[in-house]
Design a protein around this ligand. Structure first.
Ligand code: ATP
Ligand code: MG
Length: 257
């Protein structure tokens, strides 16, 4: 049995049918990356998993328990087991780094001040920012903010970590750093990682499996090697459209205006 199962999931917004009949298995402790064009429903998948949206039909289960079509109260115990790194990061500028990381702990878990301080310390160390408790988001680079957001997500010690475009908007050094962190945390914390990304290099580097969503279905799922070897024209178009542009080509395009 997979840890998370999507079975025949349907989801529409008005006449916009995002999922027609979506099936996907997510296995315990894997890094799975969700790829697909803009608007194909990648973020919707994460929102369904974190209980921000619900399905119109079909079923989602987590650890053998149905998590679609349930009430907010029934979802509450699940919320502690799943954490999300939001695309915008969304740190509170009025809170110190420590309080940003402690946020979910205060909201969701009953911990003493001492336990909170210890958990914050550990979490910041995991993301390579030890000792930054008394700093402020306004003084941080985009890459650091992303890592503090990640510390906040993992502070509750979730079993599943969801990442929405974790590398978008970062410079190449920080892209590599975040990609390495996702892999490292997956191993050290024994979590299951679901990563949505546009960045094919990152997807190929960190994934145990990759799933591609198109026109309401999962049209491919397999290893990075299987993805690269796929002869499905829809998969090929996507990979080729996202092929990394090398520096020389970039310079050429820039000089051509
Ligand atoms: N709350 C909502 N209300 C109405 N439509 C929505 C809502 N959330 C998502 N949609 C629509 O569902 C579709 C899928 O959205 P989603 O955000 O999952 O796309 P995506 O694959 O993450 O795209 P991108 O790569 O641009 O982030 C889009 O057409 C979007 O406009
Ligand atoms: Mg999205």
């Amino acid at each position: 049995m997979a840890l998370i199962e999507f079975r025949g999931v349907k989801k529409a917004f008005g006449t916009n049918e995002v999922y027609r009949d979506l099936d996907l298995d997510i296995h315990e402790r894997e890094v799975i990356t969700i790829i697909g064009g803009s608007g194909q429903g990648k973020s919707v998948m994460l929102k369904l998993l974190i209980g921000l949206l619900d399905v119109d039909g079909g079923e989602i289960s987590f650890d053998g328990q149905r998590i679609s079509g349930i009430t907010e109260a029934q979802y509450a115990p699940i919320r502690r087991r799943v954490a999300m790194l939001f695309q915008a990061g969304a740190l509170f500028d009025s809170l110190s780094t420590k309080e940003n990381v402690a946020y979910g702990l205060r909201e969701q878990l009953e911990m003493s001040e001492l336990e909170i301080s210890e958990r914050v310390r550990e979490s910041l160390t995991y993301v390579g920012l030890p000792g930054t408790e008394e700093t402020w988001p306004a003084d941080m680079s985009a890459g650091m903010k992303k890592r503090v957001s990640l510390a906040r997500a993992l502070a509750i010690r979730p079993e599943v970590l969801l990442y929405d475009e974790p590398t978008t908007g970062l410079d190449p050094i920080n892209v590599t750093r975040i990609a390495d962190l996702i892999e490292h945390l997956n191993e050290t914390l024994d979590v299951t990682s679901v990563v949505v990304t546009h960045d094919m290099d990152t997807a190929l580097a960190i994934s145990d499996r990759i799933a591609m969503i198109q026109d309401g279905y999962v049209i491919f799922s397999g290893t990075p090697d299987e993805l690269l070897a796929s002869e499905d024209p829809r998969v090929r178009d996507f990979i080729e459209g996202n092929a990394p542009v090398d520096e020389d080509t970039e310079t050429l395009l820039r000089s051509a205006g």
